[in-house]
Design a protein around this ligand. Structure first.
Ligand SMILES: [Cu+2]
Length: 130
């Protein structure tokens, strides 16, 4: 009679221990809520968005003002492309941004700087600086 009682008590104690362990894990999972942040907007002010796909840019010409800082936001939306601009220090591949200022008004040739496929040579546009 006495032995049976001891066995029962230890069985109850053991199952109580198991339940505690379970509860602890649940609490941890609830605390790991990730904070949601708004996506970072890369630029304010003067910006041009150039997007490249197979095998063209999203516009034929892009206009900026002479003597004013502007940012080029470049994105390959299809395939792997890049941009260079003749006479300017711009060299972006795949995705990226570049802030610069052009003092000399004129037309600058934008070209793809990644050998991207059969119509790579047709990937041309113009940066018009006014
Ligand atoms: Cu290309």
């Amino acid at each position: 009679m006495n032995k049976k009682w001891t066995l029962l008590v230890s069985a109850v104690a053991f199952s109580a221990m198991l339940m505690t362990a379970c509860g602890g894990e649940k609490e941890q999972a609830a605390n790991s809520n990730s904070t949601t942040e708004a996506p970072a907007t890369a630029t304010t002010g003067n910006a041009i968005n150039i997007e490249a796909s197979n095998w063209k840019f999203n516009q034929d010409t892009y206009e900026v003002k002479a003597g004013e800082e502007f940012t080029i936001n470049f994105k390959s939306t299809e395939g792997f492309h890049g941009i260079g601009i003749e006479g300017l220090d711009v060299d972006i591949q795949k995705d990226g941004s570049k802030t610069l200022k052009v003092d000399q008004p004129g037309e600058y040739k934008i070209f793809c700087n990644v050998i991207c496929g059969p119509d790579h040579g047709k990937m041309l546009a113009t940066l018009v600086v006014k």
